[in-house]
Design a binder for this molecule. Structure first.
Ligand SMILES: [Zn+2]
Length: 184
């Protein structure tokens, strides 16, 4: 997996492409948390759940179906009906981005994108992201620094570019009144 922080960064970077005026700040917190939730399955790994099983690491919680269900549960808690469909789409993509990024890592087990309908594990054809070590102690060594440097290049940088482009593309044009006021 990329680090939890990078999953949250990816979710927030997707935000400008979906945002709507009036969404409360908790929407962004929710998106960051949704993107991290799939790795709750490591609790099962520590509890002895077999790695390749449906509930094993990168199993059901990393599937598109899980992302759709989680988004459907969280959305009504955050906004009024008017923009719920759009927020659902955002939270779905934010949660699904976790599995997509895991499928781009250079190690670990494949991702069960189509669980519970198909138990097969998949990788994406392009896997430039270094897999992050599980456990804080191993992460604090040189390997941890190498992982963060790799994520800065393959994740944070593209995220920053995407977020900026999406923000510029969706920025609301200045109102005619404002333009008039400046001309006077
Ligand atoms: Zn994961």
């Amino acid at each position: 997996m990329p680090t939890v922080m990078s999953h949250a960064i990816a979710a927030l970077a997707l935000g400008p492409a979906f945002r709507r005026a009036g969404w409360p700040a908790r929407v962004w917190w929710a998106a960051a948390i949704c993107a991290a939730v799939p790795d709750a399955d490591v609790l099962g790994v520590f509890a002895g759940v077999p790695l390749g099983s449906l509930l094993g690491h990168r199993g059901l919680t990393h599937s598109l179906a899980f992302a759709a269900a989680l988004a459907a549960i969280v959305t009504p808690l955050l906004v009024a009906p008017g923009t719920r469909r759009r927020l659902w789409a955002y939270l779905f993509v934010a949660t699904a981005s976790h599995g997509i990024l895991d499928g781009m890592t250079d190690g670990g087990i494949g991702v069960a994108y189509f669980a519970p309908f198909d138990a097969a594990r998949y990788y994406l054809p392009w896997r430039p992201i270094a897999v992050s070590p599980l456990g804080i102690r191993r992460f604090l060594g040189p390997r941890g620094i190498a992982v963060l440097a790799n994520e800065a290049l393959w994740l944070w940088l593209p995220c920053a570019v995407f977020a900026t482009a999406a923000w510029l593309a969706t920025r609301r044009p200045r109102s005619a009144n404002e333009a008039d006021a400046r001309r006077r």
